[in-house]
Design a protein around this ligand. Structure first.
Ligand code: SF4
Ligand code: SF4
Length: 96
């Protein structure tokens, strides 16, 4: 079933008015982009994922700026996640 999301205009969605909601998702490491080992964990299913803190946010997120501290080396999944996409709006609806 599709999650109900508000009909907020896509043009008004911006990462700068978002507390990095998508950085609470489980991020699988599909390709090697140079993520430092200290941010990598093994998932229960056995794959490699970004480590997350107890509150759910990715361990590589700068908590004062809410920006990615490894932006140039961020995983492929993070690069593909599109601002304003359905997935983005679902995360915002759940956390903002
Ligand atoms: S991509 Fe979407 S959910 Fe992620 S920080 Fe930007 S606006 Fe927020
Ligand atoms: S690696 Fe960076 S962009 Fe990806 S979830 Fe972590 S903080 Fe967010």
């Amino acid at each position: 079933m599709m999650t109900e999301i508000p009909s907020q205009p896509v043009e008004s969605i911006t990462c700068s008015s978002c507390e990095a909601c998508c950085c609470r998702l489980e991020v699988f490491l599909i390709t090697d982009t140079g993520v430092p080992d200290r941010f990598i964990e093994q998932s229960e299913a056995g794959g490699l994922v970004m480590a997350r803190l107890d509150d759910g946010w990715c361990a590589a997120l700068d908590r004062s700026t809410m920006l990615c501290t490894i932006y140039e080396k961020r995983p492929w999944v993070c690069r593909e996640f599109e601002m304003g996409s359905y997935e983005c709006r679902v995360e915002r609806a759940e956390h903002l």
